[in-house]
Design a protein around this ligand. Structure first.
Ligand code: PHE
Ligand code: FE
Length: 296
């Protein structure tokens, strides 16, 4: 089934310039999914569950199982919501695609996670330039079952509303934090580095690349360092930041960001692939395959 939303503007965000829709919350049109839609879900679900064994964080995998998502058909938001609400007070709402920033922040602050209702086509299994149902539901939703991560996401939403009021530079800093944690974060488990970022878990290629390739940097999480770091939207990341725990993330982001935004406004941004003296380095990337240009 095709989405037929009204395009209003393009916004540079998650995965490049993408159309942002005015369309408000929509009911998931579950009965209209085609066999092909369900088959795409099944293929991606089974493929990623296999790839993520031993690669995704234990917490992500366990949460995904606890939610009861299965490969046989696209899950219904209305089946997942009671489970999610019971666990952490979050709920899923259907949307056509990316929302204007302030709307997005407001939903998060109120523990509503917007999920794109439509799913990619069979010839788009490996890459899509905007979020679809698979990225949002398979990638983002499982960790909302985790109480600490669930609180982090709501705090991020409140922080977004605040940053929006401060100005565009503050928003750039905050968006980098989202990018390098929620979308592309790694976590250190006793048995090694694992993935928790949604942009990674919904991509087969990057799931392998981020942990096993020598090319990217893997660096310990540091709030201000992350907020200063530019990123690539069109290739695998040059740098991944590693947290020790979701509690660490929650604690590090607890303080008021207003003075941090003010301080960072006076500092240069850091190119995506740079490694600094002060970094806690797990892996210094070889840079193999990096493109020089691209706004990072
Ligand atoms: N503490 C941040 C602020 O004052 C809010 C925030 C929390 C942002 C968690 C991101 C993640 O703006
Ligand atoms: Fe995302």
């Amino acid at each position: 089934m095709n989405a037929t939303p009204k395009r209003v503007e393009h916004q540079l965000t998650d995965k490049g310039y993408v159309p942002v829709y005015t369309t408000a919350v929509v009911e998931q049109p579950w009965d209209n999914y085609t066999d092909e839609d369900h088959a795409v879900w099944a293929t991606l679900f089974e493929r990623q569950r296999e790839v993520l064994k031993g690669r995704a964080s234990d917490e992500f995998l366990a949460s995904q199982e606890a939610m009861g998502m299965t490969p046989d058909r696209i899950p219904k938001f209305s089946d997942l919501n009671p489970i999610l609400r019971e666990a952490t007070g979050w709920e899923l709402i259907g949307v056509e695609g990316l929302l204007p920033e302030l709307d997005f922040f407001d939903h998060l602050a109120n523990r509503r996670f917007p999920v794109t209702w439509w799913i990619r086509k069979p010839d788009q299994l490996d890459y899509l330039s905007e979020p679809d149902l698979f990225h949002d539901l398979f990638g983002h939703v499982p960790l909302l079952m985790n109480p600490v991560f669930a609180d982090y996401m709501a705090a991020y939403g409140r922080g977004g509303v605040k940053a929006h009021g401060i100005g565009p530079e503050a928003l750039v800093n905050l968006t980098r934090l989202y990018w390098y944690t929620v979308e592309f974060g790694l976590i250190r488990q006793p048995d090694g580095l694992r993935i928790y970022g949604s942009g990674i878990v919904s991509s087969k290629g990057e799931s392998i690349h981020c942990l096993e390739s020598d090319a990217p940097n893997r660096i310990g999480f540091d709030l201000e360092r992350v907020m200063r770091t530019r990123y690539r939207i069109d290739t695998y990341q040059k740098t991944y930041f590693v947290i020790d725990s979701y509690e660490q993330l929650m604690e590090a982001t607890g303080p008021d960001f207003a003075p941090i935004y003010e301080k960072l406004a006076r500092l240069e941004s850091i190119p995506a692939g740079d490694v600094l003296e002060s970094d806690a380095v797990f892996n210094k990337g070889t840079g193999e395959g990096w493109l020089d240009e691209g706004g990072d």
